[in-house]
Design a protein around this ligand. Structure first.
Ligand code: MG
Length: 190
């Protein structure tokens, strides 16, 4: 698991507790791009190229380098993966997730569409309070069991629901993910 064991208190038996649900924003959290502003349809994949798409003008879309491993490890641990985006191009965002290919496990040649990793997706403009209320309604998972990664501090408002949001700088990578987990554990007394 993406378990920052080296940072945890080994005397604490619950130190390796993980949230039941991890949710990711899309733009500048999972990929280095604003779908609405930077991409022009149609978007295409070259053959079975892993983690790379191109738009009409050849602009590339890809998850940040360590994102596929983080997603694969969450899936392996049966942690519910969600996406919450307020993009004004929701159809294009979904299409991109449906086209992007990522390894099923780290280093594996078995690949899957990125969209298959996301059990719940809330992709539409507006306050992310709405996105999280919908995620909660659909999954029944308590807000306190949700860890959220997003690059925009205004979306911290979801913390009033009890969600833990970790602010992302320069996209999600393993280190950022681990810091989020540690924050979630502290917040929830784990
Ligand atoms: Mg964003």
């Amino acid at each position: 698991m993406v378990n920052p064991a080296e940072h945890t208190d080994t005397k604490n038996p619950t130190a390796d507790r993980m949230p039941k649900l991890v949710c990711f924003d899309l733009d500048y959290t999972l990929w280095d791009c604003c779908i609405y502003n930077n991409l022009t349809p149609p978007i295409k994949r070259k053959g079975d190229a892993v983690n790379t798409l191109y738009d009409r003008h050849g602009t590339e879309l890809a998850f940040y380098r360590e994102v596929p491993d983080v997603l694969a490890e969450l899936k392996k641990s049966s942690i519910h993966i969600a996406a919450a985006s307020r993009t004004h191009a929701p159809d294009l965002a979904r299409e991109a997730l449906g086209l992007l290919l990522v390894p099923l496990e780290k280093g594996s040649s078995k690949i899957a569409k990125a969209i298959t990793f996301f059990q719940t997706m809330e992709i539409y403009p507006g306050s992310k309070l709405r996105h999280f209320k919908s995620i909660h309604a659909k999954t029944g998972i308590p807000y306190s069991e949700m860890l959220f990664f997003d690059d925009e501090s205004r979306n911290k408002e979801v913390e009033q629901l009890g969600v833990t949001m970790h602010l992302v700088r320069n996209g999600v990578d393993r280190s950022t993910f681990n810091k989020g987990v540690i924050e979630w554990r502290k917040r929830n007394g784990k």
